[in-house]
Ligand binder design. Structure first.
Ligand code: 3PG
Ligand code: MG
Length: 418
């Protein structure tokens, strides 16, 4: 069902509650929180500029991290207000709460075209619980609801769902923002009747994360190219040894079912031929997140076959990269989600980089439409400096996967039907 969009709204002088996904990566530097990647902020600017030009009073709401109902200072949205003001070239007011009298006063002070950013909605437990009373309080200050937070649309939380319902109950319109609309178009409509060949590249750690996406895409794609740690679960299912590689032995049946479906439907389903291996050695140290730090030694190429017990597969090999690249070069529609290896480590980044280059080249050479399903693949493309060489990069991680699975996203469902 098509949803009302912000383009179709009359917002002059109205108070517009805009849910955005400003859950951006941050890092502490000299005691201050610094934003590492501002893509998600930048991508909301078209919606904000439209609302400003039409004289809306803009109330921005977002979450940052998972503070679990506590006022965690490192997860304050204050630095986002500062950066957003710079990007827009106009003031963005900030209020250190998202409900209550302070918010009411700040909203009352807004003139047409002004912006106000509320503090992290997840400082309240009621946000994730989608508490109806809390949703009413969030919505209290607004006449109109706009959702531009595609990355959070898979969450049925108070600011993404409940507040929209509350405004709708009063007869207020609830519309998709321009970013939300683009995401739904590229990850949805564009893949309904794709130009062929339609090549899907899937990577990442777990088969279990992607199995529903695989299942659905096996009904649409011509070719599936598999990489990343999830390929080891397929290898395991095919009776090969995977050594210390990340794999999910209890998901072997899922993997076999996917292979069988591909065969029945005559879809090309490719797994890496060989692997780049290394020996994982525990260092006894813990990283910032409290996880053991592993050192990878003796990096080498493993010809097809069993992986020795002491070794771990960490990337696809050059021959596989080349083969995948040739198939990508023929594609007219490309969907890519998930890296081919542990690309954060340069020694295991070649496969992911090769795919990124092949996708960018196909987009340029043959005007293939390339759609990148968010999360790590976007990070990898940006790292390779190819972020602007693809047709569309999603700002959603979990949300893009759930949407590709064909699930209804609660944040979208709550918007007004056209
Ligand atoms: C994300 O980055 O995945 C979204 O902002 C949603 O955040 P969450 O996974 O903490 O709900
Ligand atoms: Mg997430």
């Amino acid at each position: 069902m098509a949803k009302l969009t912000v383009n179709e709204l009359d917002v002059a002088g109205k108070r517009v509650f805009v849910r955005v996904d400003y859950n951006v990566p941050m890092e502490e530097r000299d005691g201050k929180m610094v934003i590492n990647d501002s893509t998600r902020i930048k991508e909301t600017l078209p919606t904000l500029r439209l609302l400003i030009s039409r004289g809306a009073k803009i109330i921005l709401a977002a979450h940052l991290g998972r503070p679990k109902g506590k006022r965690e200072p490192s997860m304050s949205l204050q630095p986002v207000a500062t950066l957003l003001a710079e990007m827009l070239g106009r003031p963005v007011a900030f209020v250190d709460d998202c409900i209550g009298p302070k918010v009411a006063a700040a909203v009352a002070a807004l003139r047409p075209g002004d912006l106000l950013l509320l503090e992290n909605v997840r400082y309240y437990n009621e946000e994730e619980a989608n508490d109806p009373a809390f949703a009413e309080k969030l919505a209290a200050a607004a006449d109109v609801y706009v959702n531009d937070a595609f990355g959070s649309a898979h969450r049925a939380h108070a600011s993404t769902e409940g507040a929209a319902r509350a405004i709708a109950r009063r007869g207020g319109p609830c519309a998709a923002g321009l970013l939300m609309d683009r995401e739904l178009q590229y990850l949805g409509k564009e893949l309904e009747n794709p130009a062929r060949p339609f090549v899907v590249i899937l990577g990442g750690a777990k088969v279990s994360d992607k199995i529903k996406v695989i299942d659905r895409l096996l009904e649409k794609a011509d070719t599936l190219l598999i990489g990343g740690a999830m390929s080891y679960t397929f290898q395991l299912a095919l009776g090969q040894k995977v050594g210390k590689s990340l794999s999910e032995p209890d998901k072997k049946d899922m993997a076999l079912a996917a292979l069988a479906k591909a065969k029945t439907r005559g879809i090309q389903f490719l797994l890496p031929a060989d692997n780049i291996l290394a020996t994982p050695v525990p260092t006894g140290k813990l990283n910032k997140k409290g996880k053991p730090v592993i050192e990878f030694q003796n990096v080498r190429l493993q010809p097809a076959g069993d992986i020795p017990d002491s070794q771990e597969g960490l990337d696809i090999d050059p021959a596989t990269s080349k083969r995948y690249g040739e198939i990508i070069a023929q594609a007219r529609t490309i969907l890519w989600n998930g890296p081919m290896g542990m690309f954060e480590d340069k020694r295991f980044a070649a496969g992911t980089l090769a795919v990124a280059q092949a996708v960018a080249a196909a987009t340029a050479n043959h005007a293939a439409k390339s759609i990148i399903g968010g999360g790590d693949s976007v990070k990898a493309l940006n790292q390779a400096g190819l972020g602007d060489k693809v047709t569309f990069m999603s700002t959603g991680g979990g949300a893009s996967l759930e949407f590709l699975e064909g699930r209804v996203l609660p944040g979208v469902a709550a918007l007004t039907d056209k």
